[in-house]
Design a protein around this ligand. Structure first.
Ligand code: MG
Length: 155
């Protein structure tokens, strides 16, 4: 059994869709980034890659690569999990926290967990929404951050 940790943050800007855990969440702004900027899925990708000793998301999906412009992060997750499998591991479970002042995430957490479970090929996905309580850049709604931890086992 091995574990990996993931963290990501993206700025919130007007005129972008807000995609979290592969779910389109209704909001007045969305996350900025080269791909669909799905901050939660990016943290999960880093966690599973880290657990398998495969570096990080930037190594597998360079931000300079035009193939990943507006790419679906769920598809990137599926590719990352394939790499984890090729390295001889399967994902056991993933636990994550999304830190967002707005919007309220609790109505969407179940749908996010289902989407991530498909990509991770495990039903053991847990997601928590956390408010930054108005503190700092995240508390002012400048962006959204996510943390994830993953366990993998040798197959
Ligand atoms: Mg990212």
């Amino acid at each position: 059994m091995r574990v990996g940790i993931g963290y990501d943050v993206h700025p919130l800007v007007a005129g972008r869709p807000l995609v979290l855990g592969g779910v389109l969440v209704e909001h007045t702004s969305g996350l900025e980034g080269h791909s669909d900027a799905d901050v939660l899925t990016h943290a999960v990708i880093d966690a599973v890659l880290g657990a398998a000793g495969l570096g990080d998301i930037g190594r597998l999906f360079p931000a300079t690569d035009p193939r990943f412009k507006d790419a679906s992060s769920l598809e990137m997750l599926a590719t990352a999990v394939q790499a984890v499998r090729a390295a001889g591991f399967r994902v056991v479970n993933v636990d994550c926290t999304v830190i967002a002042q707005e919007p309220r995430l609790s109505p969407h957490l179940g749908a996010m967990a289902l989407k991530l479970a498909v990509g991770l090929e495990t039903g053991n996905v847990n997601i928590k929404g956390k408010s930054p309580e108005g503190l700092g850049a995240l508390g002012h709604g400048d962006g959204i951050a996510a943390q994830a931890i993953a366990a993998v086992e040798e197959v």
